[in-house]
Design a protein. Structure first.
Length: 423
């Protein structure tokens, strides 16, 4: 007997990250929207709730961040459900998954061979494509988050469910803004990472960042920019190239490989020529000799990891942080428990508690929309009856939910992990 369609939240319920949303059809099969990981304080992976791979019609990966793709290979050790993503998401995901295996291999229930088995099951799609599979019709919507990302419109059992995934409603150097004009959906599953926060104007942030960089380098200092390898590093590279920044810029870690993949899939970029220019102007760190050279001259070093949790950025911090003529400019959110968060709150290095003497600033270059952007996006969508808030902290979600109810007059759910919502 059919129970009708329902949404099951396996991850990202009242938490940021670990995204995993199962949409079940009346025949008892599901489409899984993302299957990501978070990491605990000891840097061990934390997986979403279990789902049987044989119950899946398809796994849809909305973008390449590990909190959306990091657990997906678990589903391919035996059964091989169809995998759906953009070509760019698949290429960058492989890079990140193999790196995660190097760092966390003993804690993972899969290896490189399983990752390749997963990718062999892939069907690639682009924006405005649609596919039919089992009970489901799937459409793919531009969501402005990072290159290659999309939202998913799921039609099942006479209902339309829009999963925005992570989204951004403003223009950045890499992406245009998300737009849901003309879409209709009965249910919208929407991220709420910045439920109660309003981002500053992006152009103002860019100008403040560039002015601050020039102040440091024109005085002979080095600016360390710890940045995520996926999207954030390339955003900073493009910003500096756009302004014809004449001082040396060094790019360390995985960021350059990701930038090259972005250019291979240039249709996913707002302005491919700008990133191409950045790559041609800037220097790739190829070894320890380049790292020493980068620190000897006034300029900028863009390096993973964005939260100073491993990667070359921690090495640079220890070398540059004791000199007040240098600077550390953070351009990513610093989660609690990370070295970057400790640096901001206490002004000390993670290792040994050494005080930071270099100039320290944080700049909001988020690729997530804020609470105001969530409401504006929902206003664009026709026919919404229910809103499901995921990928956020509960206290902020409650406040955002009350605003959505007041402004749009719709039901709002804030599910816990493991909870199901009938469609």
């Amino acid at each position: 007997m059919s129970e009708g369609a329902r949404i099951e939240v396996l991850g990202s319920g009242r938490e940021v990250g670990r995204a995993a949303i199962a949409v079940w059809g009346p025949s008892g099969k599901a489409v899984l929207l993302d299957y990501g990981v978070n990491f605990d304080e000891e840097d061990r992976p934390v997986f979403p709730g279990h789902i049987r791979p044989r119950d899946l019609e398809a796994v849809v990966l909305t973008h390449s961040h590990l909190d959306h793709v990091g657990a997906a290979p678990m589903l391919y050790a035996s059964v091989r459900p169809k995998l759906v993503a953009t070509p760019l998401t698949l290429d960058v995901s492989r890079l990140l998954l193999l790196d995660m295996i190097k760092l966390n291999g003993p804690y993972l229930p899969f290896d490189e061979q399983v990752v390749d088995m997963m990718l062999e099951a892939a069907e690639t799609v682009t924006y405005s494509d649609s596919i039919d599979i089992g009970d489901f019709h799937l459409g793919f919507v531009y969501n402005g988050h990072i290159p290659g990302s999309f939202g998913v419109l799921v039609e099942v059992d006479g209902k339309r469910i829009l999963y925005t995934s992570d989204m951004n409603t403003i223009e950045t150097k890499l992406m245009g803004p998300a737009s849901f004009n003309g879409l209709s959906a009965d249910v919208v599953i929407v991220e709420s990472t910045y439920s109660t926060y309003t981002h500053p104007n992006r152009r103002d942030t860019e100008e403040r960042f560039y002015k601050s960089v020039r102040e440091v380098v024109e005085s002979g200092g080095v600016v360390l920019v710890p940045a995520f390898s996926v999207s954030r590093s390339q955003e900073i590279m493009a910003l500096l190239a756009e302004r014809d920044f004449e001082y040396p810029v060094w790019v360390d870690g995985m960021s350059r490989k990701v930038a090259e993949l972005y250019l291979e899939h240039s249709r996913c970029l707002r302005e491919p020529a700008l990133l191409k220019r950045a790559i041609s102007m800037q220097n790739l760190v190829r070894g320890w000799g380049d790292r020493r050279r980068a620190m000897k001259e006034a300029g900028v070093i863009i390096s993973s990891a964005g939260t100073l949790k491993g990667g070359p950025s921690l090495y640079y911090l220890k070398k540059l942080g004791g000199d007040p003529s240098n600077a550390v400019f953070l351009v990513s959110f610093q989660p609690p428990g990370t070295p970057g968060r400790r640096l901001v709150e206490e002004g000390v290095f993670e290792d040994g508690g050494e005080p930071l003497k270099a100039r320290l600033e944080w700049f909001d270059f988020s690729s997530h929309t804020d609470g105001r952007g969530v409401i504006e996006a929902l206003k664009q969508i026709k026919g919404v009856e229910k809103v499901v808030l995921v990928h956020g902290e509960y206290e902020g979600q409650e406040l955002l939910a009350s605003k959505i109810r007041e402004k749009l007059g719709v039901e709002v759910y804030i599910p816990e992990n493991g909870e199901s919502i009938p469609v």
